[in-house]
Design a protein around this ligand. Structure first.
Ligand code: ZN
Length: 298
């Protein structure tokens, strides 16, 4: 990550950018891009290759919802050529993109058919009411890869063919992942995915699972005792074998529900970072193994 040497107040950033058509160069890269979180930055990096320098706003392990930008990150946003984000995931990023506009931006939610934010959990919908966890369905990232290639080609016409070819390669890897999920989750003893943090709705819709979220989207809000009882009833009625815990959640919640019904627990990654030595694809494959084991898939 490139360290900025100074932090300029927002108004100054906007004025400087308004008066200046080109952004400063970043090493040998032609384009400076920012992804809101790891999977989005990973797509930009795969498509952009050496021609694009990529920063990530939300660090691995951070709470994405309610994430606050540092002044340096607001500066980075305003100086970038391309920002890829999901509207409503983090209000501060939505505001930052408006306050310090990059040359171009892609809201991933605008590329796909969005689903509502809440899955029966006793919680309020996020602003805008859409489920922001778009990156956990590989099919959504295929659409993003193609959109990133098109936008990079406009920002940097000399790299257009490279971007198109890289996106085609990435699409192939994502389509293989999608086919692994499709066949891996085709025959399971349970199709009910009970998970502490309802981040797997797009994945569930894509592969005909039914997500039951224990908490709402806001990870700071612990589920109410009434909600826990409600989930226990669903788990018992639907003969759910495993209570899944998202790696960003407090694992105790899954333990409480599983303990009272004598069920297994397992951890799913919301993929806010790469596993060591791996990438988005290997993290998603690991989730598939966990899902197959937890749902009794053959
Ligand atoms: Zn989330």
């Amino acid at each position: 990550m490139k360290k900025l040497l100074w932090a300029v107040p927002l108004t100054v950033v906007s004025l400087v950018l308004a008066g200046c058509g080109t952004s400063p160069s970043s090493g040998s890269a032609s384009v400076r891009a920012v992804g809101e979180l790891y999977p989005l930055s990973w797509v930009i990096g795969q498509v952009g290759g050496d021609r694009v320098a990529v920063d990530t706003l939300v660090p691995a392990g951070a709470e994405a919802h309610g994430y606050e930008l540092s002044p340096q990150q607001v500066t980075t946003l305003g100086r970038s050529d391309l920002v890829v984000y999901v509207r409503t995931l983090a209000a501060a990023v939505d505001d930052g993109v408006k306050a310090a506009p990059p040359k171009a931006s892609i809201d991933v939610a605008s590329l796909i058919t969005t689903r509502p934010a809440v899955d029966g959990a006793a919680s309020q919908a996020t602003a805008g009411g859409i489920d922001p966890h778009v990156w956990l369905d590989p099919a959504n990232l295929v659409k993003l890869a193609d959109a990133v290639a098109a936008r990079l080609g406009t920002l940097d016409p000399a790299g257009k063919d490279t971007y198109t070819a890289n996106a085609a390669t990435l699409d192939g890897r994502l389509e293989k992942l999608d086919s692994d999920y499709r066949s891996g989750l085709a025959h399971c003893t349970s199709r009910t995915l009970v998970v502490t943090h309802p981040a797997f709705g797009y994945l569930a819709d894509q592969y005909q699972l039914k997500q039951v979220g224990v908490s709402g989207v806001d990870e700071d809000t612990e589920p109410s005792p009434a909600r826990i009882v409600e989930v226990e009833k669903i788990a018992a009625a639907e003969r759910v074998p495993t209570i899944f815990s998202a790696d960003t959640s407090n694992a105790k919640i899954a333990d409480v529900i599983a303990g009272s019904l004598n069920l297994k627990t397992a951890e799913l990654s919301v993929i806010l970072g790469a596993p060591s030595g791996g990438d988005y694809i290997s993290a998603a494959e690991r989730n598939l193994t966990t899902l197959r084991d937890g749902l009794g898939c053959s």
